[in-house]
Ligand binder design. Structure first.
Ligand SMILES: [Zn+2]
Length: 148
């Protein structure tokens, strides 16, 4: 169900997009993950802009699950704070399935403000999609690549 929580549009620079996709391929055969840092708007929700895409270690070292290394989480929190930004989301790869949240992804999606980016490496070309997840609700958000 698409609803009003499917905002904002996630805006990635080409460089951030390349960082995310590269991190996902580097993680093979396991799932890879990383954190998105960016500003919040006046409503305390992410604006969709990303100031930094930070690759993180997947401490699960698994092809089917991921857990962001807590040290990387702490590093990202500090980097965000230094910018006056927040962690606004997380990406991870799906090595053999669609770029759509798995039941585990939905269960683990604890922050309703975050953008959940999933990169599918199943096909020859990577597929990157982004979602909000609230409770059992999944809403896809648009992704724009900034070529500027
Ligand atoms: Zn997943």
């Amino acid at each position: 169900m698409t609803s009003e929580f499917a905002q904002p549009t996630l805006r990635l620079t080409e460089s951030q997009y390349a960082t995310i996709i590269g991190n996902c391929y580097d993680g093979l055969p396991n799932e890879a993950c990383g954190l998105l840092v960016g500003p919040l708007g006046g409503n305390a929700e992410p604006t969709g802009a990303v100031s930094e895409a930070r690759p993180c270690r997947n401490v699960d070292a698994s092809a089917v699950t991921y857990t962001v290394d807590p040290r990387d989480m702490l590093g990202a929190m500090r980097a965000a704070e230094a910018r006056g930004d927040e962690i606004i989301g997380v990406w991870h790869s799906h090595t053999h399935t669609d770029a759509y949240p798995s039941p585990t992804d939905v269960r683990q999606a604890v922050d309703p403000a975050w953008l959940y980016v999933i990169v599918s490496l199943r096909d020859q070309a990577p597929v990157l999609r982004a979602y909000r997840i609230r409770g059992e609700g999944i809403a896809e958000v648009a992704v724009e690549l900034d070529r500027g």
